[in-house]
Design a protein. Structure first.
Lengths: 220, 266
């Protein structure tokens, strides 16, 4: 008796798979947005005049870049209730993903900020722009262009990392594959299908990224 | 350049979809040639399979594994115990990573399609574990409520069958499902009676409800499908252990104190 492949098993459970894909897309989407905001805040903190912000920013990056995401998810979901903070699986997973990608984003955006010629800032000041205005109209757009490829990498990593929130019971794509596997034992078909779905999602994501890159490229 | 990559991937996919793996049905020969038995046991399911402070596998299942090793090779330690979970024990067996499943595995029709079972070696039913202040008394009280279950366990399937309106929060390990209950993320945790009795002893803020153990089914050892010679050997060893009284000794060692509460194996 051999192992006969049964692709029909995917068709039979397609609604559940799509439910998982939808949740993966949803949590990745919000994590990308919020992670971007954290990244900008972190980068500002790390390049600010105030030493205390430097320290906060650097510590945040060190902690969340140098520890495994899986452990972070466990601490937030299973550890925090011990301190009285009980977050739902969705919020726990989202928080962990946002803090994790935020740390990587901070470094990327910081590099982008530091890459802008000092002359730009001086010119802005001499035109009478305030610090905030300079940041918003002069620095941020340029930083965005410079950082976009590296940020895109972080987003791809995020979609893959979202698979880890399956361990706290979130019904996303990887969880669906695990659950159906426990029921039907069709590991190859199920995890193969999950792989294809992830490939598809990331393919779409990188295409969006290329489109945005071309759209915002310097016109020469 | 992109379409070339896509073409290669599609060809690989087509190749993969057209193959099927042949499993060698000669486990008894393989094990004897290897000189040791590789058995999959639980590490989160006392008293069937757990790990003590020194990291040694203990429990009813490891002891049966040791008896099998002794029967095969004359010594108990010609044995390698591999940690498995409810979710991965069958894939571990079917992909050849272990020779036999000794992991508190209930006999179900679904699983029978994929593996072969030994004669039953334990009788178990399901119970619920809840907080001491909980109003839940029987499984039907879980309608519309959150229940922790462990992936791949019969407890999970039982809730799906008996109380479809209950919201199942599934985790990979029993320890995580229990933690979710303790943190009051769920109102109950469903599992086999023998595990819950052990967990309740170590978590006195919880209590067991849902008596008597429901949806009972026997446990069996698992081997690969079609592996008749190996299965016959396993069954013969179990029968022998029953006749010599060794089975009863092991049973009393691990389950003796809960004798009155557990179900009888007929």
């Amino acid at each position: 008796m051999g192992y006969q492949l049964d692709p029909y098993i995917i068709v039979k459970h397609l609604p559940l798979f799509l439910k998982g894909v939808f949740l993966t897309v949803e949590i990745s989407f919000f994590a990308i947005l919020l992670g971007l905001a954290i990244g900008i805040l972190g980068a500002v903190a790390r390049t600010s005049r105030f030493k205390i912000l430097h320290i906060i920013g650097a510590s945040y990056v060190e902690v969340f870049r140098n520890t495994p995401l899986l452990i972070q998810i466990f601490i937030i979901f299973f550890g925090l209730p011990g301190l009285g903070i009980k977050l739902s699986p969705y919020i726990s997973g989202l928080t962990a993903l946002v803090l994790y990608v935020g740390a990587y984003n901070t470094e990327v955006i910081r590099a982008g900020l530091e890459a802008i010629p000092k002359g730009q800032v001086e010119a802005a000041k001499s035109l009478g722009l305030t610090g905030v205005q300079t940041f918003r109209y002069v620095m941020l757009p340029q930083t965005f262009r410079i950082s976009l490829p590296a940020l895109g990498n972080n987003w791809v990593a995020l979609v893959k990392n979202s698979s880890l929130v399956s361990v706290i019971g979130m019904v996303e794509l990887t969880w669906v594959a695990y659950d159906l596997n426990a029921l039907t034992f069709r590991s190859f078909e199920l995890f193969g299908a999950a792989t294809l779905f992830y490939l598809l999602l990331i393919f779409i994501l990188t295409n969006i990224q290329s489109f945005v890159e071309k759209r915002f490229a310097y016109r020469t | 350049m992109r379409s070339k990559t896509v073409a290669v991937l599609l060809i690989l996919l087509a190749l993969m979809l057209s193959f099927s793996v042949e499993v060698t049905a000669g486990t008894l020969q393989d094990v004897k040639a290897r000189g040791k038995l590789v058995a999959g046991v639980k590490t989160d399911f006392p008293p069937f399979g757990f790990v003590d402070e020194k990291g040694v596998n203990k429990g009813f299942d490891p002891d049966i594994a040791r008896a099998l090793a002794k029967e095969l090779f004359g010594k108990e330690d010609a044995l390698e115990l591999v940690a498995v979970t409810s979710a991965n024990r069958i894939p571990f067996l079917t992909t050849g990573k272990i020779d036999i499943i000794l992991a508190s595995m209930t006999i179900t029709e679904e699983r029978k399609k994929v593996i072969d079972y030994s004669i039953p070696y334990f009788m178990s039913g399901h119970l619920l574990i809840v907080h001491k202040d909980s109003k839940i008394e029987k499984v039907q009280d879980l309608a519309g409520k959150k229940v922790s279950t462990t992936m791949g366990s019969t407890g999970d399937m039982v809730i799906g069958k008996l109380v479809p309106t209950a919201e199942r929060i599934k985790f990979q390990h029993n320890s995580e499902s229990l933690q979710a209950l303790k943190d009051r993320r769920t109102e109950a945790f469903i599992q086999d009676d023998v595990l819950l009795l052990d967990l309740q002893k170590r978590n006195p803020e919880l209590k067991i409800v849902g008596w008597p153990p429901f949806e009972s089914a026997p446990y069996g050892l698992g081997v690969r499908k079609g592996d008749k010679e190996w299965l016959d050997f396993v069954d013969a060893t179990l029968t022998k252990m029953n006749k010599t009284g060794e089975y009863q000794k092991l049973w009393d060692k691990w389950f003796g104190e809960n004798k009155k509460l557990l179900l009888e194996l007929k």
